[in-house]
Design a protein around this ligand. Sequence first.
Ligand SMILES: Cc1cc2nc3c(=O)[nH]c(=O)nc-3n(C[C@H](O)[C@H](O)[C@H](O)COP(=O)(O)OP(=O)(O)OC[C@H]3O[C@@H](n4cnc5c(N)ncnc54)[C@H](O)[C@@H]3O)c2cc1C
Length: 396
Amino acid sequence: MGDVRVAVVGAGVCGVTTALELQALGVRDVVVLDARHPGDGSSGLSVGMVETQYVEVPDIAVRAHGRRYYDAVERDHGLTFVRGGYLRTAHDGADLADYERSVRRQREAGVPDAEVLDAAEIARRWPQLVVDDLTGGLYGPSDGHIDGYEYCTLAARLVRERGGRVLPGTPLVGAESLPGGGWRLVTGREPVEADVVVNAAGPWAGVVGDLLGAPVPLVPQLHGAVTVELAAPLTPLLPFVMDYVPGSGQAGVYFRSERADQLVAGLHVEEAVAESVSPDVPLGRVDDAFLEELVERMGERLADTDGAGIGRSWTGIYPMTPDHRPIVGRHPARADVVCAVGGGGNGIQLAPAIGRVAAEALTGAADPTFAATDPGWDPARIADGAPAGPASAQTP
Ligand SMILES: Cc1cc2nc3c(=O)[nH]c(=O)nc-3n(C[C@H](O)[C@H](O)[C@H](O)COP(=O)(O)OP(=O)(O)OC[C@H]3O[C@@H](n4cnc5c(N)ncnc54)[C@H](O)[C@@H]3O)c2cc1C
């Protein structure tokens, strides 16, 4: 495996993490090419939550892996990882029963501190939250957020220090499959030769898949986030509050303290409820309809926001697949293309697992990390076209 030449297309969280995992598994010749520069796609536009507050065992396993991975990057390389906590709200007794199960499963996955809180306890800890309609919540005190841009930049540096190459300003524009095997990649700059290509192009993965003759179904979704500037400092600081019911098909609000006088907030929904957008859609500020819905939903969950105003806003793309699960592994039509795509609204927290699974698929690692808890990411499911509806919930 040491001699296989791998080209990773895309230097977002999925691409740079796959490159590092390939190097960890002994692949020496790794080149990452990016049309722009590391972190300049969705990864630099996310709100960066890394958490494990899920119910199903595979969903918890891949996120627990992500938490441990970013803990290690913080410890060993100084990544900023702000552990402000994460609260997923519960709206009925069934949610609470699920959350009790989650706490047990998280412990088994090595996350010891998740807890179920009742509504009174939530109100006691964070008096600013409106809890009248809640039965409680699932709280991860050591969950937190990273800055996707900072991580991509740092990881790109590590790839280089470990002997790999990272080529910014190098778009893949064509690909020639060589008769004896391998690829000659046509880029905006010098050609790149490789034995295997990793498609980690985020929202552009459909375009890159087509160039490689290894199509992937994507339904890129436009999302946005804002800062909320508060008239008075909030104490205590708020954790990341996720007020979204998975599977509801309706956007839910999320918000967290960035500083005492500033929140970061947005609307999240699992399903691809909006029209797919082109990966090249112009990005900018959120629109008025988004703001109206956000302000209304925040007002239902957060008291005392008099005098608050919207500060900065931005949009970015969830690189979502039709069944909301990442597609990771060797492509069913071309074994010399490995997919590391489809992080949707979870790509930051899933990238460590996506990178690991992609690198293991490429190297044929003997003891796959997630063998016992298959997350359902196998590209085999796209062999006959786009996968049908969702198989498991994926929420940030
Ligand atoms: C507002 C918002 C909030 C979010 N919040 C969270 C969150 O809290 N937690 C979470 O886990 N996730 C979150 N996400 C989702 C997360 O940002 C994405 O899932 C993740 O960043 C996708 O990473 P990626 O590496 O697949 O894609 P990208 O980061 O988009 O990287 C793809 C790269 O490929 C490059 N590229 C494209 N085409 C080519 C080509 N032809 N040749 C060479 N290079 C190419 C691009 O330049 C880009 O750098 C959020 C997203 C948004 C928009």
